[in-house]
Design a protein around this ligand. Sequence first.
Ligand code: IVH
Length: 674
Amino acid sequence: MKNFEKRLNELYKLIEHHAKLYYDDDAPEISDFEYDALVKELKELEKNHPDLIRKDFLTNKVGGTVSELFAKVQHQTPMLSLDNVFNNEELENFFAKIAHEKNFTCEMKIDGLAVSLIYEDGIFIKGATRGNGQTGEDVTANLKLIESIPKKLINAPAGKLEVRGEVLMTLERFRAVNEVRRQRGENPFANPRNAAAGTLRQSEKNNYVIKQRGLDIFLYYIVDAQKFGITRQSNALKNLAAWGLPVQNAWEFCADLSSVENFISKWQIEREKLNYVTDGVVIKLDDLTQWPEIGATSHAPRWAVAYKYPPEEAKTKILDIEISVGRTGVLTPVAVLEPVRLAGTWVGRAGLHNADEIARKDIRVGDVVKVRKAAEIIPEVIEVDKSARTGSEEIFKMPERCPACSSEIVKIPGEVAYRCVNRASCPAQLKESIKYFASRDGMNIKGLGNTLAASLIKAGKIKNLSDIYKLKIDDWIGLEWTSINKGDKKTLRRVQISMAESIMEEIENSKSRPLVNLITALGIDEVGKNTAGILVGHFKNIDAIINADENELASIEGIGPIIARSVHEFFKSEENLNLIQEFRLAGLKMSDDTVPVSENRFENKTFVFTGTLSSMTRDEAGEKVKTLGGKVSNSISKKTNFLVAGDKTGSKLIKAEKFGVKILSENEFLEMIK
Ligand code: IVH
């Protein structure tokens, strides 16, 4: 077999393997850029040897598969993919075919998963993934759990409207989700796209997982836009936004290719500031009336193209592997690097995730490695340059004792993580707990970060979280404060006192934080800000949460069995109950007293619901009424103020008419709660 033939077969195999990991398992092993490079190489070989092309191969169709978990949806208009270009020359060649055209829109290419949403008379009725482009998965129920998808549009056209966009996970959510996974000893998601795909394609039974993880969406495409009198993509984006659909801000109208190139280079840097991952720019011909004529190949349009940015990577050396101990005792290895420039900053550390990962990538101390700035705050090691090995590299071994407290380290079967067993008094765990307690979503105590937490523990001033509220001015004097170690003794003391006073004031102020902050700050496994909000919203005070049994907890919308167990276990512990008691004595808020005035608009109003609502369940509608201060009843009486009538109504309607109760359509009700 000739060399190119061999390589071609190899590429088919490699691409097939990595496509499966990407599309089916949501767990890729190589970066998108590496994958794209393989596809590019394949395309070039195919071009030179058309006789060897496998027409049915996945790169010659739209990627992605359809899971058995969901009902199938046939896309009326196929959901196409985009061709990629990697530099300005390729970009100009792409558009050379439509050279007479000017006017483009440039939008950031969002790294999420494509979905199609269908609205009927402005009401969200159905949504699907792209799947293989022809057939997608019906994920309507899961999409309804995404808050940023409006269930009802503003001034939307009558009849059917199909819009398309990208479901994504913001960097903030991604980091929080991965933090939880690490604490739990699970493998973190490789990137926000996998996290988003893995979340959206969960079985509906896991709806609490979807809610808790908090997905987002940006729309970028209106199917048959011309039907609505829209003739430009730039106007399509404006229309989407005007209907109340989320559209990213990172797009511009560009009157010619040179402004397109400016957009591309400007956003190569600017995109670092976005709170979601982008991997390129999508350039579309603005005049969409020409799209049908210009047409598409079997898998991608000819009126649009994706310019892919190169990944931010650099080579450096691993000087050491350190172990950091997390809030729940999980040990995370971190590579100490010879400092290297990456994406505009100096990088000295890289995350290694866990021991399995180190073994899989065969990472050793002394290795030359490729590092990449991905979605995690600290960069990650992608691969080892084995050709640079000298033989003196050291194989990494997890320590047998905790580096912070010398307690035993255990590996829980089925988990990837190693943990320090000393949850009660390991200083490293306590330090992380304090930091978490004082963080913005927690009690928001500014200044109480890494250094002070460590100093307080070292000086024996804090043994558990409630000690924070027992600190006196004197406890702070003589601590190591990084920012003030210079100057004569007298000045130092004066500065220390004034800093101590201001942090004491911060601590005092934190006592008035809402209950939801305290519940978050406790650091209960699985309970972040979102879940804490659900718990507080339901129970209104901490004692009700403490007394709730597992079944009651699990029956709350947005709380699943895992969270329920974790909450219940937390409040079963004597030690934790003592902690709560100490907080109570310190004067922290134990109940939810946040009822904004504007939320009382339904005071003294009673609602009854009948029939099926299309934009939400009756329970959800009832919740809405209650949060606005109203009451919900099951039966009509003279005291009923409103009957909200959905589809398939029954006897209630007749009764309401008899009693002269005002009858609202679903739309009228939606207007009232807006
Ligand atoms: S337009 C027919 N615009 O990239 C063209 N796609 O690689 C429809 N994507 O399937 C796509 N950001 O999932 C478009 N601003 C954007 C996008 C975008 C991300 C995704 C989309 C598409 C894939 C192609």
